[in-house]
Design a protein around this ligand. Structure first.
Ligand SMILES: Cc1cc2nc3c(=O)[nH]c(=O)nc-3n(C[C@H](O)[C@H](O)[C@H](O)COP(=O)(O)OP(=O)(O)OC[C@H]3O[C@@H](n4cnc5c(N)ncnc54)[C@H](O)[C@@H]3O)c2cc1C
Length: 513
């Protein structure tokens, strides 16, 4: 096997989902050396939009399937599946060898401080965007992973637990987008809102539709080579930080979490009006450390320390030690945006198996939904998969509001969520026994199947949150992913129109559209 094939996979693929682990073992085995050398040769590293356009329109490979990689973080590794498929002669796609387009060299960033816009190339990562944004003294609703791709996140409906309630979703801030379509055509799409009218005078309707479809399922429509995003002044962020509670067992953690969830519901969700003044995230690790992170925006006019007093009180009642307390420790937006980078950088297992599932509620969660979360989501996989975390976050606010200036509802379900919880089950594959691996997978699937039967919650609701390569019974339907039947039909129609031969078949929920 060519070292190149493995090197590329290791460098550009952050995690290996539970169902892909076996394939990784196969590709790394010495018997597949020649095939992997060929796979390595199927990665293109374009430096310009024109180069991508020329490749896609070239008669020699006009029909070959295309996978695009930006940050390589997709938990189902959808963009890197071709490495496995190309590896196996019997599995080659009907149109021939898949080409992987690795966007890492298209990493330009240009800031226009006057218009408060930043234009990023199709391969830019969050660390680069956050640094440029902070240098311009601005803020954006970004996610927490430093090496997550801006395009992979935005084009599949990413969410910002820290900033979304005040700044909306990143996709709602896109004013311009450049995309190369399946036939090689280059299109520059302008947001209808950016043109200053609701009906986008000056743009043809097809372009408006494509623009909108790209903000929910962009990776199924073409290769996005640049995005222009509207920023906000950094003064929208006041302060924030975390309190860390060392719960010594699952039962103590659950007792505390019940109180913390009630605080989240009553103090953060129910008491907030637009613009939202606070957001909250609760992370529980597999050693039952509970980390509560609060964000206070410019619209918050109280005292952060007083605000969180009930949480400290709850810990005292349960005799839980507070091991770190810095709820006002962030001085700037960038402090908050980069606060988890150090932790995440150290998390890359060898290989890291990661299974992501989510539940969300459109409105304030009922007490029954919160009990289901406490009862089922903190399962026995926590002991077997020691890198697992459960994240519970507030959303809503500007993200789900339709009348916030430049904001509009995106064709992705998570835009509707006021509350959601991620189950990120992770472990280092080299240290977990075969029995434990299959019992982890079976337990996660049981819990998700149970959650899907409930009417008070949604499951797996975007291309960035939720595993797409689970057994068919666990896949969400299109309405759950795209926020309703109308959106689902809209996305499917655009997919058929702009990519009729399905060249871009590596979208996380492709089987749905
Ligand atoms: C440590 C960590 C932290 C995270 N934090 C958050 C968070 O806070 N909020 C959140 O919402 N998500 C978060 N995620 C999830 C992340 O947003 C998704 O996994 C996202 O899809 C990753 O994008 P990527 O570009 O890194 O991955 P890739 O695997 O490279 O791409 C993901 C998908 O987008 C497509 N794609 C990428 N670039 C382009 C392009 N230029 N044109 C067309 N299609 C493209 C790919 O083909 C693929 O289908 C996190 C993930 C990790 C691992």
């Amino acid at each position: 096997m060519s070292a190149n094939g493995i090197d590329w996979f290791d460098e550009r693929t952050w995690s290996v989902s539970g169902n892909k682990e076996e394939a990784l073992g196969r590709i790394k085995s010495s018997s597949n050396q020649a095939a992997a050398a060929a796979a390595a040769a199927s990665v293109l590293f374009p430096k310009s939009t024109l180069e991508i356009s020329q490749y896609l329109s070239n008669d020699d490979h006009r029909d070959c399937p295309i996978a695009v990689v930006c940050g390589g973080h997709s938990s189902s590794n959808v963009a890197t599946w071709p490495i496995f498929q190309n590896d196996n002669d019997g599995n080659e796609h009907q149109h021939g060898r898949t080409m992987i387009i690795d966007m890492k060299h298209m990493s330009s960033i240009n800031v226009n401080r006057e218009t408060l816009e930043v234009t990023v190339g199709g391969g830019v990562l969050f660390r680069q965007l956050a640094e440029a944004c902070s240098k311009a003294k601005c803020a954006l609703p970004i996610g927490t992973g430093p090496t997550v791709g801006v395009c992979g996140y935005l084009l599949n409906g990413g969410i910002s637990g820290y900033f979304g309630r005040r700044l909306g979703m990143l996709g709602q801030r896109v004013t311009k987008m450049e995309i190369v379509l399946a036939n090689g055509e280059i299109k520059t799409l302008v947001s209808p809102k950016a043109l200053g009218s609701n009906d986008a005078s000056g743009c043809d309707d097809g372009d408006n539709d494509l623009f909108r479809a790209c903000l929910g399922a962009g990776s199924a429509m073409g290769v996005v080579t640049s995005l222009t995003i509207k920023m906000e002044e950094e003064s929208i962020y006041r302060t924030g930080g975390s309190i860390v509670f060392a719960c010594s067992s699952k039962s103590i953690a659950k007792t505390f979490l019940r109180k913390a969830l009630s605080f989240m519901k009553e103090r953060v969700l129910l008491s907030s009006t637009l613009p939202a003044s606070t957001s909250m995230e609760i992370v529980t690790t597999s050693d039952y450390t509970v980390i509560c992170t609060l964000m206070f925006y410019d619209s918050f006019d109280g005292d952060p320390e007083t605000f969180v007093a009930p949480l400290r009180g709850a810990a005292k009642e349960c005799n839980i030690p507070i091991v770190a307390d810095g709820v006002s420790s962030h001085k700037t937006w960038f402090d908050a945006a980069s606060s988890l980078w150090g932790v995440i950088d150290g998390m890359k297992g060898n290989p890291l198996v990661r299974m992501d599932h989510c539940i969300g509620t459109e409105h304030i969660p009922s007490d029954e939904a919160l009990e289901f979360l406490l009862d089922r989501w903190f399962g026995s996989f926590l002991e077997k998969a020691p890198l697992t975390i459960i994240e519970i976050r507030t959303l809503g606010g500007a993200a789900s509001s339709n009348d916030q200036g430049n904001h509009c509802l995106l064709p992705t379900s998570n835009v509707k969520c006021t509350f959601f919880a991620d189950m990120i089950v992770s472990y280092d594959a080299s240290t977990v026994s075969a029995e434990d691996k299959s019992s982890i997978l079976a337990e996660v699937h049981d819990i998700i199947a149970e959650a899907k039967k409930r009417s008070d919650i949604m499951v797996d609701f975007s291309g960035t949150h939720g595993q797409s390569d689970d057994p068919a019974t666990l896949l969400p339907d299109g309405e759950e992913v795209f926020g309703g039947k109308e959106n689902y039909d809209f996305i499917s129609a655009n997919k058929k129109k702009y990519d009729p031969h399905n060249r871009f078949c590596y979208h996380p929920f492709l089987t749905l559209i």
